[in-house]
Design a protein around this ligand. Structure first.
Ligand SMILES: O=C(O)CCC(=O)C(=O)O
Length: 297
C-alpha cells in the first residue's frame, strides 16, 4: 500500500496528524501509546531473560552476547527472535493495541516480519552507524515499518535511536564496503552527501512507541549513562508487501497476518533496492556483529 492508501483508512490508535507526521518525516515517537500492563509485562520478561542469560557463556539462538559477558556482569546485546522467546511477546505483537498501531501505519492488512530486543549497555560502546533497514530485507514495496517500545526512559544521553527527516524519500544506499562485503551501514562517502543537521533523537519515557520507515536513515548514539537502554523492536508491513530474499532473522511467525487478511495481489514499487547477501546461506548474526560495534565497557 502507498501512504495515501493507508491514510484513507481510519486509524485505531494514532491520530491522523500523527500518521501524516510519520509519512512526512519517515519516523515518529509517541508517548503512552501502549497500556501500562503491557509495559510492565515486557519489562518483567526482559528482566527474566537477563537473569537467564547468566547461565550462558556464548551467544545462541536466544542471546547475542557481548565479548565480556559473564554471570557476574551480564552483557546481552540482543534478545533474538523475540516472539519465539515467550508466548507473551507474540501476544503483544499480534493481539495487543501495538498491532493496531502497526495497522495505522501500514494499512488494515498487516503482516508480521521479525522482532528483537536490543539492549545498549552503559559505557559508550555499541554505537550503531547510519543505516536503512530495507537493504537487509528487501520487500516488493516500502511499507515495512520498524515499531519499537522503550522499556525504560530513554533520554538523549542513553543512546536513543536518531533519524534523518525526509530520508525515506531519498536514495536507498548500498550497505557494503568497496570490496562488496556487507557492512550493514551506509558508506562514509555516501553519508557525506546527506544533510545530518536536522537529525532528530527519538527520546521518550518508558512506554514510548517509536516507528521508523524501512527507508529512513537512522543510527543510535552511545549510552553515556550508568543504565541499560532496552528497546523492543518489531517489523511489520502491509500484507501486499512480499520479501524477495530470505529473511536475515526469521521467526516462527514471520509472514503471519496479524490484522486483516492476506493479500492475493502483490504491490510492486518500481524504486530499485540493493540486494543483500543470501542470508539463507551466510546467516546474519546481528547489526552489532556486522557493523563490528565497538565494545568499550
Ligand atoms: O538498538 C539500536 O540502538 C539500533 C537498532 C537498529 O537500528 C537496528 O537494529 O536496525
Amino acid at each position: 500500500m502507498t501512504p495515501d492508501d493507508i491514510l484513507r483508512h481510519k486509524p485505531a490508535v494514532l491520530s491522523q496528524a500523527q500518521r501524516e507526521d510519520y509519512f512526512r518525516k519517515g519516523y515518529m515517537a509517541v508517548a503512552d501509546a501502549i497500556p501500562a500492563e503491557w509495559l510492565r509485562r515486557l519489562r518483567d520478561l526482559s528482566a527474566e531473560f537477563l537473569e537467564a542469560s547468566k547461565a550462558c557463556s556464548a551467544s545462541n539462538d536466544a542471546f547475542d552476547l557481548g565479548a565480556r559477558h559473564s554471570r557476574e556482569q551480564p552483557h546481552v546485546r540482543r534478545l533474538r527472535a523475540l516472539v519465539d522467546r515467550h508466548p507473551d511477546f507474540w501476544k503483544f505483537a499480534s493481539e495487543s493495541p501495538f498491532a493496531d498501531i502497526a495497522a495505522d501505519l501500514v494499512g488494515p492488512d498487516v503482516k508480521f516480519h521479525s522482532s528483537k530486543l536490543n539492549y545498549k549497555w552503559p559505557g559508550g560502546g555499541e554505537i550503531v552507524d547510519w543505516h536503512q533497514d530495507i537493504p537487509a530485507w528487501p520487500h516488493t514495496n516500502y511499507s515495512p515499518v520498524t515499531l519499537g517500545v522503550y522499556l525504560d526512559d530513554c533520554p538523549r544521553e542513553q543512546g536513543p535511536l536518531t533519524c534523518i527527516p525526509g530520508s525515506q524519500n531519498g536514495p536507498i544506499f548500498v550497505h557494503r564496503d568497496d570490496a562488496g562485503k556487507w557492512t550493514g551501514s551506509v558508506r562514509a562517502r555516501d553519508m557525506a552527501g546527506v544533510d545530518q543537521s536536522e537529525a532528530e533523537d527519538l527520546t521518550g519515557a518508558a512506554g514510548t512507541v517509536i516507528a521508523i520507515n524501512c527507508r529512513t536513515l537512522h543510527a543510535s548514539r552511545a549510552n553515556m549513562t550508568g543504565r541499560v537502554r532496552p528497546v523492543a523492536l518489531f517489523v511489520y508491513s502491509s500484507a501486499d508487501a512480499f520479501p524477495w530474499t530470505a529473511a536475515p532473522t526469521p521467526t516462527s511467525h514471520t509472514g503471519d497476518i496479524v490484522r486483516g487478511k492476506a493479500a492475493t495481489v502483490a504491490h510492486l514499487d518500481p524504486t530499485p533496492c540493493p540486494v543483500p547477501p543470501d542470508w539463507a546461506k551466510t546467516g546474519y548474526g546481528s547489526i552489532f556483529t556486522v557493523q563490528r560495534v565497538e565494545e568499550m565497557n
